[in-house]
Design a protein around this ligand. Structure first.
Ligand SMILES: CC(C)(COP(=O)(O)OP(=O)(O)OC[C@H]1O[C@@H](n2cnc3c(N)ncnc32)[C@H](O)[C@@H]1OP(=O)(O)O)[C@@H](O)C(=O)NCCC(=O)NCCS
Length: 382
């Protein structure tokens, strides 16, 4: 068999190129299947919690009740932030995007954790627990600080999802709000080797701790072609304003070859299975609202883009309906991506562990297209 040349191996954006073996997440983009550790996402949304799913992702099995209790207790104990971390948060500009804040503060958590030692499994476990448990507290503390409000201390009586809502709003959420938010956290917890998980693994592969590795993930997730799409979906729906403006909006975008936010996916060539779950939740929530305009615009947009783009395999992705759900739950638009990041910390940490189990430094090659062996030009001749 003849070996492929570097040019033949090259795929822009590494599209479809396997970069690691993994047992964490299975996706079939043609049939629209998503499984965490072999369990269908729909079943996990129906029966599980974010804490249980995080355990599953990290430790490759569903926990028994005492394992789950211990894991939940460890997360609860780790939720609060030291005064140093809180004062770091309140030294940052209130006008900054919370994703940029989050990237810096998650990385800084490692500076305050004097016990980091990658050879010690127990210490690695604690670093991972810290990242997953503290990320919601960081986001909520920053959100309150920028509104000139005191942070709300975490409440150990509440689950991960309920406590996150409680710290954001200083109000205990209802059971329905908690369950819906828990499902959103489950849906965003993991999605195989996407850009942010890849960047987390690349950083881990240089033998970095979970704080620094997840901070790489946050930075990568922030971009509008990845996690940043969800806030832009809502801005787009609001800018369209009326159902009858959807068709001209789509036609103009296609004519100008511009991307419509919340549709299209590198892996899914059918409707993202997560968007079915979120669509049902959005419908349920909007049924209780007096104004359904945003949902109606979204449904019309799905219909028209379906007519025009489904032949290219372009369908709604996870971000298409999540913004609508988050809007009803009362979140500021620029918190959508940080909330996504808070869910994804468990997936990133699972990949961190897997990378550490059989680490090989990532070092792809490039095809050099530049000049060579030029003669140096003195300044006076340029
Ligand atoms: C996610 C995304 C980056 C995947 O892109 P990709 O796999 O690199 O696919 P490409 O950008 O090469 O697009 C392939 C074709 O579909 C079209 N397309 C892809 N996504 C599109 C979108 N959101 N709106 C309009 N057309 C789109 C492209 O214009 C291109 O058409 P062409 O072949 O006629 O040039 C892309 O679909 C996108 O930018 N979506 C919007 C942002 C978003 O919602 N991101 C969240 C992902 S979970």
């Amino acid at each position: 068999m003849t070996e492929l040349t570097k040019e033949q191996l090259y795929r822009p954006g590494m599209e479809g190129v396997p970069a690691c073996h993994s047992k964490i997440c299975f996706i079939n983009g043609v049939e629209g299947i998503l499984e965490y550790r072999g369990y269908p996402i729909e079943d996990l949304c129906k029966h599980s919690t974010f804490e249980e799913v995080s355990y599953l992702l990290l430790f490759a099995k569903l926990p028994n009740s005492s394992e789950l209790k211990t894991f939940e207790k460890d997360l609860k104990k780790a939720r609060s932030l030291s005064t140093e971390v809180l004062s770091l948060i309140t030294s940052l500009p209130k006008t900054g995007h919370p994703m940029v804040m989050l990237q810096s503060v998650i990385s800084a958590l490692g500076l305050f954790d004097t016990h980091v030692d990658l050879r010690d499994e127990k210490k690695n476990y604690q670093s991972i627990i810290n990242v997953i448990a503290k990320t919601p507290t960081i986001i909520a503390a920053f959100d309150r600080y920028r509104q000139n409000l005191e942070p709300v201390a975490p409440n150990e009586d509440l689950s991960h999802a309920a406590n996150f809502l409680y710290m954001l709003n200083d109000k205990r959420p209802t059971e329905l709000e908690t369950r819906i938010f828990d499902i959103c956290l489950i849906l965003h917890a993991e999605h195989s080797l996407n850009a942010s998980t890849f960047s987390t693994r690349v950083t881990a592969s240089t033998r970095n701790n979970p704080y620094v590795s997840c901070s790489s993930g946050v930075g990568t997730l922030y971009g509008p072609l990845h996690g940043g799409a969800n806030e832009r979906v809502l801005q787009m729906l609001e800018a369209i304003g009326k159902v009858e403006f959807v068709r001209p909006f789509v036609e103009e975008k296609i004519a100008k070859k511009e991307k419509i936010m919340g549709i299209g996916h590198r892996v899914y060539k059918t409707k993202d299975p997560r968007s079915f779950v979120l669509q049902d939740i959005a419908r349920e929530l909007f049924a209780k609202q007096t104004d359904n305009t945003l949902l109606d615009i979204a449904l019309e947009l799905e219909k028209i883009t379906g007519e025009k783009l489904s032949a290219k395999g372009i369908y709604p992705n996870v971000d298409f309906f999540s913004g609508l759900v988050y809007r009803i739950l009362g979140f500021e638009t620029d918190l959508f991506t940080p909330i996504f990041a808070a869910s994804r910390t468990s997936g990133w940490c699972a990949h961190w562990l897997e990378q550490m189990e059989d680490n090989k430094l990532f070092r792809p090659s490039q095809l050099y297209d530049g000049d060579r062996k030029l003669s140096y030009i003195p300044m006076s001749d340029r």
